[in-house]
Write a protein that binds this ligand. Structure first.
Ligand code: OGA
Ligand code: MN
Length: 296
């Protein structure tokens, strides 16, 4: 009797601009296609899904994530091989063992970003599972970039329709310079991939404002001051609280976000407390804008 059966799941929206809880599912159990489809549809509708009270080990975590597509290998970082034998798992943590960080991002604030937007192919989504959480701080914010796009003034939409932005690859989302990269101060010299400012979601066909990360961003072809002015305007719009929802972590929470239409950020927390999460990312596609999605 261990055939997967259809589970009655409940999808409960947070009431904010994005995110919903998926209730009534144990992700360690086999899942049939109909249940998976319900989850995928909810993901497209709410951009961020939360599954609470899960008890996932790495193999089961990866098995669930693989339903959505092939997984990326974790980027190289300190301690990876020591701590986790699964190449698709990235450890996000401030914990140190023998003075060595076992994971990424430390205890720092991470500013609004989409993951790996500085690559040509960017993960379509990420899953983050909490194993240890600090008593306070370390909340993760998510923001709905479909709504950010939809609510832009018409004139601004027209301005950005044919524009592309370069996404700086030299620093991580906590602002730290990556190994082997030059510390640049002129955004025109930043390394990284170039993507359209408006991104069409391949499944929903909706358009999202695609900003990636603010630091050292540059809009191709514009004089630097115009690029800065336009980016400041777009960022001021996109980072309004009305587009955001914050996750306050409990142990056993699994959050998955659609990296094509949601940005995220993280609050700092007390470096003396421990936070440990495992993350996996669904292999990327190339961001594109489909002009047929906007009326002439
Ligand atoms: C990430 C990330 C935020 C967090 O995993 O890409 O930004 O809350 N994490 O740890
Ligand atoms: Mn991130």
């Amino acid at each position: 009797m261990d055939l997967p059966s259809t589970t009655r799941i409940t999808v409960k929206p947070t009431g904010a601009s994005l995110a919903a809880d998926v209730i009534g599912i144990d992700l360690t159990q086999p899942m049939d296609e109909a249940t998976f489809k319900q989850i995928e549809d909810a993901w497209y509708q709410y951009l961020v899904l939360r599954f609470r009270d899960q008890h996932l080990d790495d193999p089961r975590f990866l098995a669930f994530a693989r339903r959505f597509g092939e997984l990326d290998k974790a980027p190289i970082h300190a301690g990876k091989d020591v701590v986790n034998p699964y190449p698709e798992i990235t450890v996000m943590s401030n914990i140190k063992v023998d003075g060595k960080a076992i994971g990424n991002l430390g205890h720092y604030e991470a500013e609004w970003h989409t993951d790996m937007s500085y690559n040509e192919l960017t993960p379509i989504g990420s899953l983050l599972y909490s194993i240890e959480v600090p008593p306070a701080g370390g909340n993760t914010g998510f923001a709905n970039m479909y709504e950010a796009y939809d609510t832009l003034p018409a004139e601004l939409k027209r301005t950005i329709v044919s524009l592309q932005c370069r996404h700086d690859s030299s620093r991580n989302s906590a602002g730290e310079l990556r190994k082997g990269f030059k510390d640049i101060s002129d955004p025109r010299e930043a390394p990284g991939a170039i993507h359209p400012l408006i991104r069409t979601h391949p499944a929903t066909r909706r358009n999202a404002l695609y900003l990636g990360r603010r630091r050292n961003a540059y809009i191709i072809g514009l004089p630097l001051d115009e690029s800065e002015d336009l980016l400041n305007k777009l960022w001021a719009h996109a980072s309004q609280e009305k587009f955001a929802w914050y996750q306050e972590w409990k142990v056993g929470d699994l959050i998955m976000w659609d990296n094509r239409c949601a940005m995220h950020r993280r609050d700092a927390f007390d470096p003396e407390s421990r936070r440990l999460m495992h993350r996996t990312q669904i292999k990327g596609d190339k961001p594109f804008f489909d002009p047929a999605t906007v009326a002439a």
